[in-house]
Design a binder for this molecule. Structure first.
Ligand SMILES: O=C(O)COP(=O)(O)O
Ligand SMILES: [Mg+2]
Length: 226
């Protein structure tokens, strides 16, 4: 059998221009084991991705803040504290950086995300005053509860699916994937991954972005066929 997968979105399922690699639309629905989409993005994004891929909705959103398995939703972390950090950051004269409608944070429930061109120092200070931490995904700074992570999320998903996290193969590109790498059987960082992800991964793939991810999936598939 092919192994169950836990896939990061940004930098892992995407191409360098941030688009989802269309090859996943053929590859993933045919994958004969559970697939978990684990992302720092707000909840609607991975739900929509699973919907349009037409795969079961096994989702870790907001870096573990929200977990969805089929019809069951779990929320983790101190969202109130994260929202206070955002308010105070803005009151101090900084911006979250996503414009008026802020589609990045609009549907967030357990953490907040700040554009990476905004100053990190004051954000980290406010976060620690509220007992929170900042994670840099390479796409945004995320202010979140420290006990909340994609890895914790995967443990919850695996349990609901009647699986062991140690059955999973994880692919990711940044420090928010390190916790996932720590709980799975095999972990792969794509070549564009940050140093923390590369250090934590069992294997660093030669190819970047979705090209790297697809090469891992094809390798797993070949192992299965062979
Ligand atoms: O939302 C982000 O900052 C990164 O998202 P990802 O976890 O899917 O890479
Ligand atoms: Mg990523």
């Amino acid at each position: 059998m092919v192994p169950p997968l836990v896939l990061d979105i940004d930098g892992t399922m995407t191409r360098p221009d941030d688009s989802i690699d269309p090859r996943f639309f053929d590859l993933l629905p045919d994958w004969e084991a559970p697939i978990v989409v684990a992302t720092g993005k707000a909840f609607p994004y991975p739900v929509a991705l699973c919907h349009f891929l037409q795969i079961p909705q096994h989702v870790i959103a907001e870096n573990g803040g929200i977990v969805l398995v089929d019809d069951e939703i779990t929320r983790n972390g101190d969202g109130e504290a994260a929202f206070h950090v955002a308010e105070e950051y803005v009151a101090d004269g900084y911006e979250l950086g996503w414009g008026e409608s802020d589609l990045t944070n609009r549907w967030r429930e357990t953490e907040i995300a700040v554009q990476r061109d905004q100053p990190l120092g004051p954000l980290s200070e406010l976060a620690s005053e509220h007992g929170l931490e900042v994670v840099d995904t390479g796409f945004a700074y995320h202010v979140k509860s420290s006990g909340v992570s994609k890895g914790q999320g995967l443990k919850a998903v695996a349990q609901l699916l009647g699986r062991d996290p140690k059955e999973f193969v994880a692919i990711g590109d940044s420090e928010n994937d390190v916790s996932t790498f720590g709980v799975v059987r095999e972990s792969y960082a794509v070549a564009n991954a940050d140093e923390k992800a590369k250090r934590a991964a069992g294997t660093v793939v030669d190819e970047s972005y979705s090209e790297g991810t697809i090469s891992v999936l094809e390798e797993l598939q070949r192992g299965f066929d062979g």
